[in-house]
Structure formats: structure tokens, C-alpha cells
Write a protein that binds this ligand. Sequence first.
Ligand code: GCW
Length: 669
Amino acid sequence: MIRKIMEYDCWFQCRVGVPLAPCAQLLSSVGLLEQSSILENAAAELSALLTKNFAVLSLRAEGKDTGTLIGTIPGLKARLGLELPPTKPDGFVIKVSDTRIIIAGQDEAGALYGVYRFFALLSLGKISAKTEIIDAPATPFRSLTHWDNISGDVVRGYAGKSLFYKNGRVDYDKQRLIDYARLLASIGINRLAIGGISGSGAGQALITEPMLPDVARLADLFRPFGVKLLLNVKFSAPYALGKLPTADPLNPAVAAWWKERADLIYRYIPDLAGFVVKADSEMEPGPFDYGRNHAEGANVLAAALAPHGGEVVWRCFVYNCAQDWRDQSIDRARSAYDIFKSLDGTFADNVLLQIKSGPYDFQVLEPVSPLFGALNKTRYTLELQVTQEYTGQQIDLCYLPYNWEQILGFDTRYGPRSTLRELLIDGKMSGVGAIPNVGLDHNWTGHTLAQANLYGYGRLCWDPSLSAELIAREWSALTFADASVADTVSELLLRSYPAYEKYNAPFGVCFMVTPAEHYGPNIEGYEFSPWGTYHRADRFAIGIDRTDSGTGYVSQYAPENATLFGDPATCPEQLILFFHRLRYNYVMHNGKTLLQNIYNTHFDGYDEVQQMLELWKRLKDQLDEHTYSSVLARFERQLANAREWRDQINTYFWRKTGIADDKGRKIYE
Ligand code: GCW
């Protein structure tokens, strides 16, 4: 039987037919004894989802202790004397018995997360008569930052227009946003930043009075889902919006302006989570404009938010984007560490530094930033990109949790338990942020299979020890009811990142992508530009020497990592051109030269995409026509893209070196 995928419903597909026993009877009424908007929403959500997806008429029974009982652990103890094991904030307990199903949160949000987890497990056929689960998120701060401009365009968005704005105004489809809130809450996301992040279209007017009521309505909409808003604000606001002559953070009038503005904003949105700031980055204003450092810059906003319990998410993506490409003394990769490490301990307690996963910018193959683990007295978060800017723009299939698993597994070598995963679990890292991949496209993400990236992001924030494979299988099974389809889809997801790596810029050299647009190859596109991302290929060699005889970047890592990366013999080969300048005849571990490995990976990457496409075609008779053909069309474009990368890269190096492929495959002149 072909079951049509409702692409809009994402991981909430119709499950009629999945056996509900042993608990069918218990699901026909959803009891709630406590009152709060989140708990009421949790009960309403469960009833509605059961009715819609399982065709079980599930009645909400407020004030009743019946069937499936939703509540908080303290509330259920107080009312019914139930002893449930305590868990962490936002955590939950699910307990199935003959007479009752209990879904109890440590707090209200925990109950909501418990409801969605219960529903997912029910959909997967994993709830039994004896189910007992205790679960809690690893970290309290699990956020998404929208880069949508108030015009309605989404910066680096590949799934249609903004969910929030149209033509310079807050303008949205309310049901759509409720459905978005559900998606976010169901994967544990609890912070959402709105307002654009860069440039004049960023919509700073959101923090002015004509627009604050609109923002307040948005906050109202997300609140029952446990999602608090953050606002992207600009450092220049005191003069851009406030008529002051300056935004100097040490000027008392500027501090007073931020304080007044925060007071005003909190009158509209009392539970605002805070601000997100991109300062001194890519032409954005910042403290450097006044000769101040980034702690001085962040702290003035932090002081304004502190009385309200708000936080400043301060991005560490700060670098010189007006570099003279001839000047080899500047290394953009050094920037975040050089600027922020020495400020450790000088940030206010309610500042969270948000550090991009890599030192450059979400490249396909890029080392993990040396700043992780290096800050001891400053709260910080990991920044990822769910939107596929450099990873195929939701045309190419590229399953990002594969990469995130590696990032989380990176060992910073600062003391025991020093992988990013452990830093997060132990609370030494304070959370995770990312740029989402959604827009007004009916399927939310452009490529239907890119929904797996959003799902995977939330699941990893919740539990960073989950494997990419487990998440792929879980998402595929939730989305495609048929087990054999789900298997094939998981396989495709898991093959996609390694394939993308192969046809993209080789061995961590980064930036061979079409400038500005960032889709498709342009080998020297960024070479003679001010952006600071060079590979410096010539006739003999390629890559940047980032050892101590070069830019010294490698010494920003803890000593063991500096040693590991500093020697080409021990440096992971996938990243070797990030750290080293190598001659084309450098012999790699497999006994072949660097050049031959570049040729091989590019031929292989294309072949791999061809095989993925063939694998998808095998699903034709098992999928509905729309899902099948919309994904097929994207695979076909991906194949063309992979061919383009393969041929441009191989031709470039053939022309530079004059050395042919040892297998004599076709390389264009
Ligand atoms: O990757 C770069 C993007 C910019 C973006 C910037 C950032 C919004 O190309 O478009 O700016 O990152 O992280 O702020």
C-alpha cells in the first residue's frame, strides 16, 4: 500500500494502522489536573494528535485523573500523592501501567516535551504496557535564530519566503506559525530569535513601539509551546533608532538608552529571552567603532537586560572582511580566538558567547573552532547552520547531523571530559544555537528530506550523545511509514554528507564556491577578494601553512591538538589542506599523491550521487507521486551540481599541474 506523505506534517504523519494496544483504552481520555497555558496546550496537543493521526477519539478531561494523565511531577505529588522520580529542568517521566499512562514534566515545559516524545514513540510502535522513561535535555538553551529580513526575504533561505514578515511588516499565517511552534517544541527547541541579522533590511524597527505589539503577539503564539523569543538587535540602535550621536558602550547616555529600551520591550514581552547581536562583523556596527572591546560592547546590553532576566547572545563571528589578499600575515581563521580568548572572565553573567562550529564559516570540511574549551570563565554556546548555505542549499541532499556528530565528538583536550558533547552535557558549554532551514514552501524546507536536518538539530540539542544514524532512522521511520522505504531513506541520508564532501572543495581547503551565492564551484572565486578565505593554489602546491612556521593558527588549540594538527603525518587527512600547504605530489596515507586523491574523490563524489539517485528511483512504486518526483527533481539537479564540481575542480588542477589522472578518466582541457 502506498501511503501518501503529508509533507507539511513533517514527522507527524498519519499512523492509522499502527497498533495502539496495549494502551488504546487509556488514550481515549487525556486528563489534566493542573492549570497553566503550557500544560493545557500539552493536553490539547495530545488529544488532537491522537485524533488526527491515529483516528482515536481522544477527549480532553480537565480536572480529571483518567486514562492518560498529564502534569508536573510536583503537581502530581501534591494532588495525587504520586511519587515520580525527579529529573532535570525541561525533563519528563513517562510511565505506562494497566490503569494509567502518566506523562509528567519536571516543569510545565517538561510535560509538553514528554507529550511529544510519547507521541513519537507511539508512532514508532515503541510504547508497551511497561514503558518507563525518564529523559531530560542536556542543556537549557536550545535555540534557532532566523535571518529573515522584514521584507519577507530570508537571508540564506532555500525554502521560500519568511514565515514572519511580508513587505516590511510583521505579517504571517497564524496557523502556520502554530504548526511551526509545534515542530519546534516537539524536538525540544525553546528559544527563537527573530528580526534580521545583517544589513539595512534587518528590521530593527521590531524594537520600536509601532511594532512591539506585533512582536508581543508572536511571543503569545509561541509561549504555550515553551518557546521564548529572542530579538536580533543592532549595536547601532542608540543612534539609528534613538537619536543619540553615538553607540559607544561606555557612554552613560548609551547605557541609559539601552536600559530604557529594554524596559519598554519587556512591558510588551515580559518573558523575552533576550537579544542576539552580530557586531563588528561583515560591516555591522560594533564596539570596535569606538575603540572598545567586545566585553564592553556586550556588557552594556547585558546590564539593560539583567533586571528582566534576559540574556545577550553575542556572536563570535567577528573578522576582518576587508583584507588585502596579498597580505599573508592575516589569517581569518585566527580571528574569533584572537578577539575573545583574552576577554575570558570579563563578560557579564548573562552574556552567552555564540561560537560558530568552525573558525571560518560552516564549511563542508572545516576543523572545530579552537575557542571551544578555551574559555573558562565565560558562558558560551555552539552555533550551527541548519540552513544549507554551503552544503547544497536544499537542492543537494546533505544530512547535517552526520557532520554535527563529528563536531560534538571533537576533543578539545582541555582536561577530562573535554569533547564538545561532554562540555555540553556537563554544563561547561551553555547551549546550542543555529540558523533554521525553513520558509513558506509547503514542505517547510524546500527539499522534503531536509526536514531531517531540522529534526536532527533539535534531537542533538536535547541529547548530544545520539548518533546521526539513530536520528536518521528515527526521522525516516516517523516520516515514511513503510519500513523498507524508511531503510532506504536512512541509507541515503547517511551517504549524503560523505558524498557532498567528496565533490566539494578538497581536504579542508574550503571556499571554492561561487561568491555571494555559495552554490556550485568557482575555484578562484574568493581568491583575490577581501574576504580572507584563500587556498593559494599555484603550479606546485595548495593550502595555507597554519603551523607555527605559517600563520600560527594551530597553536590556538590545546597542546595535544596543536601537535596533532601541526604535523601533516598526524593531521586528519580530511582537513590536511586547512592546516598545511602541500605540494601536489605529497603522498597521502593510501600511497597516492594529493593530486591523485583530489581527482579520485571528485570522480567518486559524482558516482556516489549517481548511485543515490538510482537508489531513490527504486522507491518509485512505494511512494506517492508528488514525494517521489519532487525529491527526484532535486537529485537530478544535485547530479548536475556534482558533475560541475567534479569537472571544474579536476580541470583546474590538471591545468595547473599538467599531471594526468592515473586511471585516464576524462578530464576536460
Ligand atoms: O555565512 C555567512 C553568510 C552571511 C551571514 C553570516 C553570519 C547573515 O554568508 O550571509 O550573515 O554568515 O553568520 O552572520
